[in-house]
Ligand binder design. Structure first.
Ligand SMILES: C[S@@+](CC[C@H](N)C(=O)[O-])C[C@H]1O[C@@H](n2cnc3c(N)ncnc32)[C@H](O)[C@@H]1O
Length: 273
C-alpha cells in the first residue's frame, strides 16, 4: 500500500518472528524519506484540539521519529522537539535534513526525567513498540496535564476501486502485508492501551487526498516493511507489475490517492488542588 499500513495485524500486535521495526526500516531509510506521505494540516489542528496541548512552544518527544516526517511537521508548528528512534540510519537521514535534537534510544525506555514533556508523539510508530511499556514510559515523562498521541496515515481504500484492488494484489504477493485487504485488520490499539493506563482518551479520523507521481508512489511502496522483507527479485517484480497496473489507471503518471489519518490522544489529567 502506499501509506500507513505498517499498522496492525488482527489482534493488535505486529507479527512475531519478523525483524523488529528499527531493523527493517534501516534497509529503506532513503526511500522512506523520499516518498512517504506527510501529514495534513488538519491532523495537527486535531492533535492540538484533542490533546489540549498547543504545539507552539510545547516540549515534544517524538518517539519512532524515523527520518523526521512527523518531527518536521511538529517543528514547523513551533514545537520544541526531541526526536527519538532506535534506528541509526533512519535517524541519520533525519539529522542530515533537520536542525533538531535527536537521540538514538529505545522508546520503551525513554532517557528523560519525569515530567519533562508536554506531549509524547508516536507517528506511524507506536505499533513497533511494547504496548504497555511504551505508554507507561510516556506517562512517566509527561507533566501533569500533558498528553500522549499516536497517529497513522493510511489509504482510504473504500473511496476508490483501483485502490482496493491494489491492496488485494499486495496482500496476495507479500506474506507480511498489513492493511485494509487483510480480514480483521484494524488500527493499533493505542486508545485502549492509554485508557488502561488511566489517560483520558479521544480519537478521530482526518480525511485528505494525496496527489503523487507514480514513481514516488512506487518508491513509497518499496519503503513498506512487508516489501522491504521480500528478496530483491520479488520486490523488483512486484514494483514492475504495479507500475504497469497503476499506469493503466493513471496514464498521465500522477495518482490521486484518498487518504485518512487515525489519531488517538490520551491526556494525563492534572491533579485538582
Ligand atoms: C514507520 S517509521 C515512522 C517514522 C516517522 N515518525 C513518520 O511519521 O514517518 C517507525 C519508526 O519507529 C522506529 N522504531 C521501531 N522500534 C522502536 C523502538 N523500540 N524505539 C524507538 N523507535 C523505534 C523505527 O526505527 C522507525 O524509524
Amino acid at each position: 500500500m502506499s501509506a500507513g499500513a505498517e499498522a496492525t495485524r488482527p489482534g493488535g500486535a505486529v507479527s512475531e518472528g519478523l525483524d523488529a521495526g528499527h531493523v527493517v526500516f534501516e534497509r529503506v531509510a532513503e526511500a522512506y524519506d523520499a516518498a512517504r506521505p506527510h501529514y495534513p494540516e488538519a491532523l495537527y489542528l486535531a492533535l492540538e484540539e484533542l490533546s489540549g496541548v498547543r504545539l507552539a512552544g510545547a516540549r515534544v518527544i517524538d518517539v519512532g521519529a524515523g527520518t523526521g516526517i512527523s518531527t518536521r511537521g511538529l517543528l514547523d508548528r513551533g514545537a520544541r522537539v526531541v526526536a527519538v528512534d532506535r534506528g541509526g540510519r533512519m535517524l541519520g537521514v533525519l539529522c542530515s535534513r533537520t536542525e533538531c535534537a535527536a537521540l538514538l534510544a529505545d522508546g520503551n525506555e525513554l532517557p528523560f526525567r519525569d515530567g519533562a514533556a508536554d506531549l509524547v508523539t508516536y507517528a506511524q510508530a507506536w505499533h513497533w513498540l511494547d504496548p504497555a511499556l511504551s505508554v507507561a514510559e510516556a506517562v512517566r515523562v509527561l507533566r501533569p496535564g500533558g498528553a500522549v498521541a499516536g497517529w497513522w496515515n493510511t489509504v482510504d481504500a473504500g473511496r476508490a476501486d483501483w485502490l482496493a484492488a491494489y491492496q488485494v494484489r499486495l496482500a496476495e504477493s507479500c506474506d507480511g502485508y498489513v492493511g485494509p485487504a487483510l480480514p480483521g485488520w484494524s488500527m493499533p490499539p493505542i486508545a485502549e492501551t492509554m485508557e488502561l493506563a488511566g489517560l483520558t482518551v479521544a480519537r478521530t479520523w482526518v480525511g485528505w487526498t494525496r496527489s503523487v507521481r507514480l514513481d514516488d508512489f512506487l518508491t513509497d511502496l518499496r519503503s513498506h516493511s512487508y516489501v522491504a522483507r521480500l528478496d530483491e527479485r520479488d520486490a523488483e517484480e512486484l514494483v514492475a507489475r504495479e507500475r504497469a497496473e497503476l499506469g493503466r489507471v493513471f496514464p498521465d503518471g500522477r495518482l490521486t490517492v484518498p487518504m485518512r489519518v487515525y489519531l488517538a490522544t490520551g491526556r494525563a489529567e492534572a491533579p485538582v488542588v
